[in-house]
Design a protein around this ligand. Structure first.
Ligand code: NCD
Length: 309
């Protein structure tokens, strides 16, 4: 596989997607623990996180540890980023001191990982761990892996997935809309008009504003977090009203097909976009998504570790 960086889904050929998902699936079957794949501390993964993270950060760390790689974590608070050091200076400092093979970067600005990856001073492979409202490619890949494993299929032909909620501010939605149709899935996005992006026509998926119109006819309901931290402070979102119209409540979930499943990338606003009993109920794949994130990120790190070596 010829992958040099993973900054957006469009970076991946169809063959890359199947190679990564197949490799991740084999890790999911074998469930390697730390030490099982030997020790390769000379391969180093640098995590550079300018935004908060629990799942993404720890799953990259766990994935690297299970591959026997070493890791170095830098977060914006507690580093010289807090003193105003630029992204370029920060990356060049880490390259000079840590000499990472792979840089996993989460950043609030759209396209920051793409700019680093293409910069002449960048000597590492770059993985986008979420950039602004742009993309979160490893989340979409782990969502695809979770669906493949749940339905026992390689392709998602005939699987109808609705992505519900704060679409306009969701990098998870953008990456999933770029990925899931390439595996054959039918994707519909559902949101109030103000949570749909102006350019939704160009996304190539159906957009609707009434969840109750579609909920009984879909195989997968993927709920998104309301991204309060990305909303202008002037926005007066009525969370109770959102919950009533778009929240995945017990009553709405009871209208889903018997075999349909529920996903959420986390972190969840329980009681807002999803009710406790649905999040913790038998249809929920939310914990499997987190678990599959480790196997998927193992496949990504393994394939990129040697790319710039
Ligand atoms: C998402 C993110 O940070 O983009 N979380 C995650 O990585 N699992 C979604 C979110 O923050 O709502």
């Amino acid at each position: 596989m010829t992958l040099q960086n993973l900054v957006c889904i469009a970076d991946l050929s169809d063959a890359d997607i199947s190679t990564l998902l197949n490799r991740a699936d084999s890790f999911a079957e074998a469930q390697p623990r730390r030490g099982d794949l030997g020790a390769h501390p000379e391969t180093c993964v640098q995590l550079l996180f300018y935004e908060d993270s629990t799942r993404t950060r720890t799953s990259f760390e766990s994935a690297a540890a299970r591959l026997g790689y070493s890791t170095c974590l830098v977060t914006a608070s507690g580093s010289s980023v807090a003193k105003g050091e630029s992204l370029r200076d920060t990356v060049m400092t880490l390259q000079a001191s840590v000499e990472p093979n792979v840089l996993v970067l989460r950043h609030p600005e759209n396209l920051a990982p793409a700019h680093v990856a293409s910069a002449p001073w960048c000597t590492t492979a770059v993985v986008n761990a979420g950039d602004g409202i742009n993309e979160h490619p490893t989340q979409a890949l782990l969502d695809a892996l979770t669906l493949q494993r749940h339905f026992g299929v390689r392709r998602l032909d005939g699987v109808h997935i609705v992505i519900v909620g704060d679409i306009v501010r969701s990098r998870v939605a953008r990456s999933n809309v770029a990925l899931l149709p390439r595996l054959g899935a039918q994707v519909t996005v559902v949101a109030p008009q103000e949570m749909l992006p102006d350019d939704i026509q160009s996304w190539g998926v159906t957009a609707v504003t009434d969840l109750d119109d579609v909920i009984a006819d879909v195989d997968v309901v993927m709920m998104l977090r309301i991204q309060k931290e990305r909303m202008a402070s002037a926005t007066s979102l009525d969370l109770g009203q959102f919950h009533n119209s778009y929240g995945l409540t017990d009553i709405r979930a009871s209208r889903m097909r018997a075999t349909s499943v529920v996903m959420h990338p986390g972190p969840m606003n329980r009681g807002v976009e999803i009710a406790d009993d649905v999040a913790d109920g038998p249809r929920s794949l939310i914990v499997q998504q987190v678990r599959n994130g480790v196997w998927l990120r193992m496949a990504v790190l393994e394939s990129l570790a040697g790319a710039h070596g």
